[in-house]
Ligand binder design. Structure first.
Ligand code: HSE
Length: 308
């Protein structure tokens, strides 16, 4: 039987307001990728689920590209490869879809070829590919994770978080991460640095203890959201509508265009209020009420199961 490995990677929401490029949270929504080694020298890629039309099925496919990089590092590769990609996370939505592809490619190639790269080696490679650790680290480990860059080295700090559900609303609007990053200033004031530096530990503490009273202040940000909200039709009004419907804290998910809201209850009402604002701005949207994901990326080999 051909050797087969399945990698399951959760969605992530990066930044969470003040944690720009360093804080991320894993969510219980998953992309699943199955790699099958085949004996003929062929590459076939089959994509199912959401946004199929946005995913290339040739050598430019991101999962294949990252797997190929790892085959090169390992100095071995299968004769041919079949990739089945099941997408449940919308592409380019600020929910870490590209991180799932990078991690699936690296972990899948390593497992398929019985490679010896460790979890931390692969996290370093994934962070280098993404440019920052705030999606790949929680996607790999699960839960709430702080990623600290020290030069090119990445230090990962998993942080406790109270079990809770979050609301995600994704408007059907294209905002490329590179454009959302290009909108940011290269310099910030000392006041804005202090504003974010004081809120990040408050946010971590509030999430740890599910202290919803502190979240509204703790999720404020002056590094990226003030520059990005105007790029997305209705987003500033969507923040206000989520709050009016009962959200304790609201943030842009990653570089957008998704919104993430935290609340002790009224999740359905919050999703409906945000959806209505996007509708008023002529945008359809998808919404989810998701538990926090705590297991991280899972690897299943055909004959045996386990994590690296
Ligand atoms: N921290 C990143 C950003 C996440 O906000 O640009 C998106 O890759």
């Amino acid at each position: 039987m051909n050797k087969q490995v399945t990698i399951t990677v959760p969605a992530t929401s990066a930044n969470l307001g003040p944690g720009f490029d360093c804080l991320g949270l894993a969510l219980a929504l998953y992309n699943r990728v199955t790699f099958t080694a085949v004996s003929t020298p062929t590459l076939t890629i089959e994509v199912t689920g959401l946004d199929v039309e946005k995913v290339p099925t040739d050598e430019s496919n991101l999962i294949y590209q990252t797997a190929n990089c790892l085959f090169e590092r390992l100095g071995k590769r299968p004769s041919g490869l079949h990739i089945q990609q099941e997408n449940n996370i919308p592409v380019g939505s600020g929910l870490g879809s590209s991180s799932t592809a990078v991690l699936a490619g690296l972990l899948g190639a390593n497992a398929l070829m019985d490679g010896t790269f460790t979890r931390s080696d692969l996290l370093a490679l994934a962070t280098a590919e993404e440019g920052h650790p705030d999606n790949v680290a929680p996607a790999l480990l699960g839960g709430l994770v702080l990623g600290v860059m020290d030069g090119t080295a990445v230090h990962i700090e998993p942080l406790p978080i109270a079990p809770q559900q979050v609301v995600i609303v994704t408007p059907d609007f294209q905002l490329l991460t590179k454009d959302a990053r290009a909108a940011l200033p290269t310099q910030i004031s000392r006041q804005d640095a202090i504003f974010n530096a004081s809120r990040l530990p408050l946010l971590i503490r509030a999430l740890q203890t599910a202290d919803y009273d502190k979240l509204a202040m703790a999720m404020q940000d002056r590094l990226h959201q003030p520059y990005r909200l105007p790029l997305i039709p209705g987003m500033a009004d969507a923040f206000a509508a989520a709050t009016a419907a009962g959200a304790a804290g609201v943030a842009l998910s990653g570089a957008g265009p998704s919104l993430i809201a935290f609340a002790p209850d009224h999740h359905t009402e919050i999703a409906a209020a945000v959806t209505a604002v996007f509708q008023q701005n002529h945008l359809t949207s998808r919404s989810w009420i998701l538990p926090i994901e705590t297991s991280g990326t899972q690897i299943n080999k055909l004959a045996s199961q386990g994590t690296i």
